[in-house]
Design a binder for this molecule. Structure first.
Ligand SMILES: C[S@@+](CC[C@H](N)C(=O)[O-])C[C@H]1O[C@@H](n2cnc3c(N)ncnc32)[C@H](O)[C@@H]1O
Length: 391
C-alpha cells in the first residue's frame, strides 16, 4: 500500500488545494484514537489520509475504511499532502506510477453509486465474483461483445491488473467494481442477469461466515437471474462443494446440474494450479426458473434530528451494543473544530458489518464520505445510532 514515512510535517489551514487534490479538513484524535485524519478529494473521489505516529516518525497512508482504488489516486493525494505539509520524508514507496493504462480504462471502473443509480439495463448482464487474475472474465467479455460484464473483486492489485488489460484489449463491455460480492447482488435489478460465475471462491474453512456462497447469496442470485439464467460455482474444495450443495438443496424449487472434471472454455490461474496437482474440480450450476418481483431500494440514510451535542466527548461510549439482528459500535472520536466532530463507527449485521465515519456538526449529521448500503441490518442500525447519540 502506498505510504510515506516522515520525520516531521506541518498541518496547514484547510480547505487547501494542491495539484488535482483538495484537502477539506483535518481531524485530531480525541477518544480511542492516536492518528490524525485528513479529508481529501482527488479526481472526484473523497477519502481520508491517516497520519499515525510510529517510533520517532509518522506513517502517512490511506485510511482503510475510505480507501479508494486505483492506488495512483492515493499516491497523488500523499504527494500533494506532503507538498502542502512540508513533510520531512524519510522514506516512501510512491515512485512506481502505473497510471497510463489504468487512466484509459477508468471509465469502466465504477463505484457502487453508479450501479444503484444507473444500473446498465439495456443489454443482458453477466457477473463474475472474485475474478482474481481476470483470465476468465476477460476471455468471456472479449468473446461476448453483446453482453455487459461486471467483475467484482476486493483484491486491489487484481483490479489494477484487469483494468490495464481492459485498456490493452480495448474492451467496451466490462465494468469493474471494488466491492464485497456478498453485498453487491442486493443492488442488482431483478431478472436481468444471464450468468453469475463464482469460480474458485476462497474456501474459508475456518470462517464459513465469510464465504461468498450463502443462503442469502443464493436467494439474491435467483432474484437477479432471468428465467433460464445460471449461477455457476466452480471449486476444487470438496468441503465447499458439499457445503454449497446443502444450501442449494434447501431451496424449495430449483434446477441443479453437477459436473466433475469438465474442461472449461478457459482455465484460470487457480484451475491450472489445481489441475497440475491432480485435484478434482467440481461444478454446480443453478438455473433460475421463475420471474422475480422487482427490486426496491428506497432507504435514504439521512438524519433529521441528529446534531453535535456539547457533551459528545463525555458521552462517547465505546462499548459495543448488540441487538437482535444487528449491532452498533462507536469506535473512535475525532475533533475537526469546535463545530464539527468525526466518529468512527461499525454497525449492521454480525457477518457483514459496515465501517463508516459520521461527520457531526451543530446543524447537520452525515456519513463521510458515503452512505451505507441499504441492507435491513444497516437500516435498523442507522435508526439506533440516532437514538444512541441523541440519548
Ligand atoms: C481463490 S481466488 C480465485 C480467483 C479466480 N476466480 C480464479 O479462478 O483464478 C478468489 C478471489 O475471490 C476474491 N474474493 C474473496 N472474497 C470476495 C468477496 N467477498 N467479494 C469479492 N471478491 C472476493 C479474492 O480477492 C480472490 O481474488
Amino acid at each position: 500500500m502506498p505510504h510515506i514515512v516522515a520525520r516531521d510535517f506541518k498541518l496547514f489551514p484547510t480547505p487547501a488545494k494542491a495539484g488535482e487534490c483538495e484537502f477539506l479538513w483535518v481531524a485530531e484524535p480525541v477518544k480511542n484514537a492516536s492518528d490524525y485524519l485528513v479529508a481529501v478529494k482527488c479526481e472526484g473521489r473523497e477519502f481520508l489520509l491517516e497520519i499515525k505516529p510510529k517510533d520517532d516518525a509518522f506513517v502517512i497512508k490511506s485510511d482503510k475504511i475510505t480507501r479508494v482504488s486505483p492506488t495512483y489516486i492515493v499516491k497523488e493525494a500523499l504527494r500533494n499532502f506532503c507538498e502542502l505539509a512540508h513533510c520531512d520524508i524519510v522514506h516512501d514507496n510512491l515512485s512506481i506510477i502505473k497510471k497510463t493504462h489504468i487512466e484509459k480504462s477508468k471509465e469502466f471502473f465504477k463505484e457502487i453509486d453508479f450501479f444503484i443509480n444507473n444500473f446498465p439495463k439495456a443489454k443482458e448482464v453477466w457477473i463474475e465474483v472474485g475474478f482474481g487474475s481476470g483470465r476468465h472474465l476477460l476471455y468471456q467479455a472479449q468473446n461476448n461483445p453483446d453482453i455487459v460484464f461486471i467483475g467484482i473483486e476486493i483484491h486491489k492489485p487484481s483490479i489494477e491488473q484487469v483494468l490495464k488489460q481492459i485498456a490493452i484489449k480495448n474492451l467496451k463491455n466490462l465494468y469493474i467494481i471494488d466491492y464485497d460480492a456478498r453485498l453487491f447482488l442486493e443492488f442488482v435489478p431483478s431478472n436481468i442477469v444471464g450468468k453469475i460465475f463464482v469460480h474458485f471462491p476462497v474456501p474459508w474453512d475456518k470462517k464459513p461466515h465469510r464465504r461468498v456462497i450463502s443462503q442469502s447469496f443464493i436467494n439474491e442470485a435467483k432474484r437477479v437471474l432471468k428465467p433460464g439464467g445460471v449461477l455457476e460455482l466452480r471449486t476444487d474444495s470438496r468441503l465447499y462443494f458439499d457445503y454449497a450443495m446443502e444450501l442449494f438443496l434447501e431451496e424449495p424449487r430449483v434446477k441443479l446440474e453437477v459436473t466433475k472434471n469438465i474442461e472449461p472454455p478457459i482455465s484460470s490461474k487457480y484451475e491450472d494450479r489445481w489441475v497440475r496437482l491432480g485435484k478434482d474440480i467440481y461444478d454446480i450450476r443453478m438455473e433460475a426458473l421463475e420471474v422475480s418481483p422487482p427490486l426496491k431500494i428506497d432507504f435514504d440514510f439521512s438524519w433529521q434530528k441528529l446534531r453535535l451535542r456539547d457533551d459528545i466527548v463525555q458521552k462517547f461510549d465505546t462499548k459495543p451494543k448488540v441487538f437482535d439482528n444487528f449491532f452498533v459500535h462507536f469506535e473512535k472520536l475525532y475533533r475537526i473544530d469546535d463545530e464539527r466532530y468525526l466518529l468512527e463507527v461499525s454497525f449492521g449485521s454480525f457477518d457483514r458489518p459496515e465501517h463508516k465515519y459520521i461527520l457531526l456538526s451543530k446543524d447537520s449529521a452525515q456519513y463521510f464520505p458515503k452512505k451505507p448500503v441499504a441492507s435491513q441490518a444497516n437500516i435498523q442500525a442507522h435508526k439506533k445510532i440516532e437514538e444512541l447519540l441523541n440519548g
